[in-house]
Design a protein around this ligand. Structure first.
Ligand code: BG6
Length: 490
């Protein structure tokens, strides 16, 4: 008997998640309240005279950290105050939830240094857990499904300084302990967990993510990939605990979707770009598919990168794979055989696409790239997908009427969400879309408040001055309609 294959799906599925995404260290503030320890990003200083890489602290030595700490009185550390969400979350969630913007999900992170202030304690800090109890309850009261990230640049600073962060194998146990505490406490209210934010950012986030100071070893590449290996094993073991103990939990691997287009049709450019893109997907290949792919082993061998797996590691990776795959999406770039060769000598491996516009920070705007990325991830993993960050930072000020008129933001989101809908029609199993920083927060990379992403303006400048007042921007009403119509009205 024959059966018609059509129709394809032209609308977002029922139950699609429309969310806002945040990270604790960019919004909570209260850096020294509730028993919290110092985290690796509490030392991120706003200094307009230093390059963005240093503000984000992708690479720091212990000496540099000590230097930064010695400037406690004369430098500005915006992530220490965020937008004061630790104290304002009730009103903020009301503004974003069912009676406000209408979102039905929120992604934020648990600040590791609130739960284990030093990183190697046996017992968690109760005050930290109590805060997240209240926060999760407030999310649910506002119709917001919580998506929680366990590690989003909030490793206790002591763990990095005293143990070399993820380079120390013992951090596997420390992280699994953290996950167990969180799952035990919150499993009844939080089903979706992202274990590590942008786990593939190995090359750019040695300190603020992996917690590996540059003076940890004289072989930084091996140190980073060893740290990544330890992190991935920890993810597999945390997943094993969750699956065994609370079968309803869904564990996700998250990447910074960073695919590049080949610069030309020359086969060498296409191959070099393909290989470069594969390496960007290494952690999801391991954590969603269960094994190190051959291209990675070749990459290690050709560069003398030494990664040691202990007994049981590879078995754990194979047995405890992620339930879903998710990614942040901001931009695409261009790659060539030459840019890859230059990268081996210390240059960047990609460059700007001359056909695309960029925001003031040089981030190219490419809605079609989002559809392409969704299709690539679908073809590769065959698991539910979530876009857990998408958005664009703009420089903007309220007009005389007190409102930010941000038609450019409406255009940005309309174009990107339209491409997600195209991907749905392509058959991609995408289940949620989270707008990054639905409310203005401190930028991760530049530490500026003036790089604004939100549908809600927060009256606060780069130096923390301002009333903190929250005011919906023009795009707020537009996004409300999008969510209410489940993406039908763009
Ligand atoms: C993502 C990070 O890479 O990009 C977020 O997960 C970050 O923490 C976001 O805020 C946007 O970057 P930025 O630097 O503009 O804040």
């Amino acid at each position: 008997m024959s059966q018609q294959l059509l129709p394809i799906r032209h609308q977002f599925p029922e139950g699609f998640l429309w969310g806002g995404a945040f990270a604790a260290h960019q919004m909570e503030g209260a850096w020294n309240e509730g028993g919290k320890g110092l985290s690796v990003t509490d030392i991120s200083a706003l200094r307009k005279d230093v390059p963005i890489e240093l503000r984000m602290q992708g690479d720091l030595s212990r000496e540099q950290v000590r230097e930064m700490l010695s400037h406690e009185d004369d430098w500005v550390f915006p992530k220490r105050w965020g937008i004061d969400f630790y104290h304002t979350y009730q009103n903020d969630l009301a503004l974003l939830g069912c009676d406000g913007l209408g979102l039905n999900a929120i992604r934020t992170s648990i600040n590791w240094s609130r739960i284990f202030p030093h990183g190697d304690e046996e017992k968690p800090n109760d005050e930290g857990l109590a805060f997240y109890d209240r926060l999760i309850n407030a999310m649910l009261a506002n119709g917001l499904t919580p998506f929680l990230t366990v590690s989003h640049y909030e490793m206790p600073l002591a763990l990095a300084m005293e143990h070399g962060g993820w380079h120390d194998r013992a951090t596997i146990d420390r992280f699994v302990r953290l996950c167990k505490v969180l799952f035990d406490r919150f499993h009844d209210r939080v089903t979706h967990w992202i274990l590590v934010n942008q786990i593939n950012m190995v090359a750019h986030e040695g300190f603020n993510h992996l917690g590996v100071p540059t003076d940890e070893t004289d072989d930084p590449m091996s140190a980073r990939y060893q740290a990544l290996h330890n992190e991935m094993v920890a993810c597999a073991l945390a997943t094993a605990y969750a699956h065994d103990t609370y079968p309803e939990l869904q564990l996700g691997v998250m990447e910074y979707a960073n695919l590049a287009y080949p610069a030309t049709t020359a086969p060498e450019d296409v191959m070099a770009t393909y290989r470069r893109n594969q390496m960007e997907q290494l952690p999801a290949d391991v954590l969603a598919l269960g094994a190190y792919p051959g291209y990675a082993l070749r990459f290690f061998e050709e560069r003398g990168i030494d990664v040691q797996a202990e007994d049981g590691d590879l078995e754990a990776l194979a047995a405890h794979t992620a339930d879903f795959v998710c990614f942040s999406y901001y931009l695409t770039q261009v790659c060539s055989a030459q840019s890859v060769a230059e990268h081996e000598q210390g240059g960047g491996d990609t460059f700007q696409n001359p056909l695309l516009e960029a925001n003031p920070w040089g981030w190219a705007i490419d809605p079609v790239g989002l559809r392409w990325t969704l299709n690539v991830y679908q073809d590769r993993y065959h698991k539910p997908l979530y876009i857990v960050e998408n958005g664009c930072g703009y420089l903007e000020e309220p007009s005389d009427d007190g409102v930010v008129h941000d038609s450019y933001r409406v255009r940005y989101f309309r174009d990107h969400i339209a491409q997600v809908r195209e991907a749905v029609a392509d058959g991609v199993d995408v289940r949620g879309y989270f707008a990054w920083g639905a409310m203005d927060i401190v930028s991760a990379s530049s530490c500026e408040m003036s790089k604004r992403y939100g549908f809600v303006h927060v009256d606060q400048d780069d130096y923390g001055k301002g009333s903190g007042k929250r005011t919906p921007k023009e795009s707020f009403a537009w996004m409300q309609r999008v969510v209410r119509s489940n993406g039908a009205e763009l």
